[in-house]
Unconditional design. Structure first.
Length: 167
């Protein structure tokens, strides 16, 4: 198998996995009202709408990193205080539409980017000093992030109305 075919298969597999975990998150909120999506029924302050909002913000930030490194990633200031909250003026439909837009942009970017392109990570206490991540590692991180929060969403949904997405 040629290197191009291997990369194409790898990219297809990565995109397919990310798409699957995004769908788990979207299915979890299907049929919910805005009020339900704002609820924080567990010991944490997480809500379903807030999780969708957070996963979108994280995906956008990491894709900026994939394109232009830490400088581009940090060029947009995120509202970390409200990043996990679904605010009164926000709707679940609006958050899902924004998430769809982000997913489509990510898919377009992944068609253009080389998975082996690497950038130094931002300076932060949770990153190894001087470490770099490839675009591939960014996509793997997005899969993990989305999957983890889809699991959180499933627990919250089950707490709200007994509905289970993944079990």
């Amino acid at each position: 198998m040629s290197t191009t075919a291997t990369l194409s298969t790898e990219l297809t597999d990565l995109r397919s996995s990310l798409t699957r975990h995004r769908e788990f998150l979207r299915v979890t909120v299907r049929g919910m009202s805005d009020e339900q999506a704002r609820q924080t029924p567990t010991a944490s302050e997480l809500s379903l709408g807030g999780l969708i909002k957070h996963v979108r913000t994280v995906e956008e930030a990491w894709m900026r990193f994939a394109v232009g490194g830490a400088e581009l990633m940090e060029s947009v200031q995120s509202d970390w205080v409200n990043g996990f909250r679904m605010l009164e003026h926000e709707t679940l439909a609006g958050l899902l539409a924004d998430y769809e837009e982000t997913a489509a942009k990510t898919e377009r970017l992944l068609e253009e980017l080389d998975l082996d392109t690497a950038h130094p990570l931002p300076v932060a206490p949770w990153f190894e000093q001087g470490a770099t991540w490839t675009v591939r590692r960014v996509v793997l991180h997005l899969i993990a992030e989305t999957s983890q929060h889809a699991g959180h969403a499933d627990i919250i949904r089950e707490t709200i109305d007994g509905q289970k997405t993944m079990g």
